[in-house]
Design a protein around this ligand. Structure first.
Ligand code: RRO
Length: 310
């Protein structure tokens, strides 16, 4: 056990950090760079049954406060990422497979193949892609989310996690958590995906900054940290039998510390990884270790969920 060691689903991680799905994980070269980085684990780009080009470019844009994207699920198809999972070195670090089928049937097909391949990869089921034109997010349709989890848990017999969109109302936290708590197999919850359908405007150009959907896209980075922390803590409080993966607004070690206080077991990095590259993980680990040491903590388990209220 070292200062930064983490644990999820009974699996040990050298540290709590990994990429947010979608960032630096679309092909083998990027995934290998994450595998070689100081990240404690890695997750593949959300995959569909068939490869997709995604939306027209420009489809990602960064500002001083974060990013907006409408990538549109560009990915090489699930078989590509499953092949990667079959040759990954799990002794070096755990691997997550992100799955984002365009239909329930597609998810069942992919999960059956993933189960049959019998790798140690952990599934993160993405219920929150905001950017496929004409496809509402499952996470915002509680009946569809329930039906999805009923079918998936019947067909796939391993623990898995779900990637949720941000919620903004206590009633929605309550309802989403109650649904998730009906499914013990949903062993972890990743909060949050990008805040969907935001609009960034360039004053000089008097224009949107990305091409798809008339400029509407999901935002990440500094814009979303408080929303991410609220969602992590809301599900940490409501889902005591599950673990939480925090995602949103991490650019410095103190942001990881905030996610841990809110209840996260692992913490993902999206926009900042896109902007800084995989070298960011060494910096973030150093900053987190320094903060923990300064505060007298001996491990991240001492911090997790210890957020004080007034
Ligand atoms: O590919 C995307 O446009 C995308 C996905 Br699948 C997602 O889950 N979240 C996001 O911000 N972009």
């Amino acid at each position: 056990m070292s200062l930064l060691s983490a644990s999820l689903l009974g699996i040990d991680f050298a540290n709590p950090l990994l990429n947010a799905s979608g960032v630096y994980c679309r092909d083998v070269a990027e995934l290998d760079a994450l595998a070689a980085s100081a990240a404690g684990s890695l997750v593949t780009k959300s995959c569909t049954l068939l490869a997709r080009e995604g939306n027209p470019e420009p489809r990602y844009y960064a500002t001083p406060l974060g990013s907006i994207n409408s990538m549109g699920l560009p990915n090489a198809g699930y078989q590509y990422y499953l092949a990667y999972a079959q040759q990954h070195d799990y002794a070096a670090k755990p691997l997550f497979l992100s799955v984002a089928g365009l239909s329930l049937a597609d998810n069942l097909t992919m999960l059956a193949a993933i189960r049959a391949a019998d790798t140690p990869a952990i599934v993160e089921l993405n219920l929150s892609c905001p950017n496929v034109p004409g496809k509402p997010q499952i996470g915002y349709d509680f009946a569809a989310m329930t039906a999805m989890l009923e079918a998936v848990t019947q067909a796939y017999d391993r623990p898995f996690g779900v990637k949720l969109p941000p919620y903004f109302d206590i009633a929605h936290f309550d309802e989403a958590a109650a649904i998730l708590n009906r499914f013990p197999q949903v062993a972890f919850v990743t909060c949050i995906n990008s805040i969907g359908n935001a609009l960034i405007i360039d004053v000089e150009a008097e224009s949107v900054v990305i091409k798809p959907k008339d400029g509407f896209g999901g935002i990440g980075g500094d814009y979303v940290l408080p929303t991410a922390l609220a969602n992590v803590n809301a599900f940490y409080r409501r889902c005591p039998a599950k673990q939480i993966i925090g995602c949103g607004g991490v650019t410095r070690g103190e942001h990881i510390f905030m996610h841990l206080l809110a209840g996260a077991s692992l913490v993902q990095v999206g926009t900042a990884l896109y902007e800084e590259g995989p070298g960011i993980f060494a910096r973030l680990n150093d900053e987190l270790a320094e903060l923990l040491t300064r505060k007298g903590y001996r491990g991240i388990e001492e911090v997790r969920g210890k957020l004080r209220t007034l």
